[in-house]
Write a protein that binds this ligand. Structure first.
Ligand code: UTP
Length: 290
């Protein structure tokens, strides 16, 4: 299907991160480490693998370190070069973005994810774009956003990445309703935030990657506050679904919710075990602790 290419990604990082306080008080939650890199470094790597060329960070107060992280740092780079620590130098340089590749938009108050996405409207303009919830770390091959872009190139419209909720826990999540289920990519008919137990339209929850058309901005512009008194992206999408196509993609991979203490711990363990040079030592340390 002929579709406009997805070149830009919105990364909303302006939430308060209350579940990982006090760590997130002075270090933006998405700069907390998983093994030896900030969570955001993995997210940007995933986005680049999906062809994203421009990163729109929606930031709050005290998050200037994010801009610095993706910038050059000549004093560190020069010192590593002089000491011949070239492997570490390569790791440091991998995350440096090109001039003009990143924009920062201030969300003055954390009014909700829908409001955060709306803040990106002028930079996105009139093209489809990705939204990535940067605390959801997804281990997948191909990477989760690349799977979403491939689905978008097939069916166009809007894509919402989903995955099965743990047994009996669907009521804790944003759940999608499908027009029949055949394979991993299915047309959506609705979505509901935290359905009452027993009323869930499926067991598939919205897990943090989206491809959206720019008409979502018109909807968000006038949207009332929803659950938790916040301007919800889910409400905006449910509204837009009345006139635009939405598909749910059940992606192949594993999600770690790094916005939560145990999720962040799980991600650290899982990503250490995936690193050939660390796996044996990590396994040994875990065995000892248990
Ligand atoms: P969460 O609700 O998971 O993040 O929002 P939070 O509010 O930071 O965390 P807790 O619940 O207090 O621990 C999902 C993503 O949306 C961003 C968050 O930064 C997070 O990456 N977000 C949320 C915003 O950028 N602005 C908002 O107003 C709300």
């Amino acid at each position: 299907m002929a579709t406009k290419r997805v070149r830009k990604a919105v990364l909303p990082v302006a939430g308060l991160g209350t579940r990982v306080l006090p760590g997130a008080k002075t270090t933006p939650k998405n700069l907390l480490n998983v093994v030896d890199r900030p969570i955001l470094s993995y997210i940007v790597e995933e986005a680049r693998a999906a062809g994203i060329e421009h990163f729109v960070f929606i930031v709050g107060r005290g998050q200037g370190a994010i801009e610095d992280y993706f910038d050059r740092m000549p004093e560190i780079e020069d010192a590593l070069e002089a000491k011949g620590k070239l492997d570490i130098l390569a790791d440091v340089r991998r995350d440096v973005l090109e001039p003009g590749q990143m924009s920062f938009v201030r969300q003055m108050a954390p009014l909700g994810l829908g409001h955060a996405v709306w803040c990106a409207r002028d930079i996105i303009g009139d093209e489809p774009f990705a939204v990535m919830l940067p605390d959801m770390l997804m281990a997948a091959d191909p990477p989760a956003l690349a799977q979403a872009v491939a689905a978008y190139e097939k069916v166009g419209g809007n894509i919402v990445v989903v995955e099965p909720a743990p047994e009996g826990e669907a009521h804790k999540y944003g759940i999608v309703a499908l027009d029949g289920q055949d394979g991993r990519l299915n047309r959506m008919t609705g979505m509901v935030e935290k359905p009452r137990p027993g009323t869930e339209p499926s067991n598939l929850f919205i897990s943090g990657r989206y491809i959206l058309q720019p008409d979502i901005f018109e909807v968000l512009q006038t949207q009332e506050r929803g659950a938790g008194g916040e301007i919800q992206l889910t409400d905006g999408m449910a509204n837009l679904m009345k006139r635009r196509d939405f598909h749910a993609l059940e992606y192949e991979g594993t999600t770690y919710d790094c916005g939560d203490k145990i999720g962040l711990l799980r991600a650290n363990v899982a990503f250490a075990l995936r690193r050939p040079e660390l796996a044996d030592a990590a396994r040994e340390a875990i065995r000892e602790l248990l």
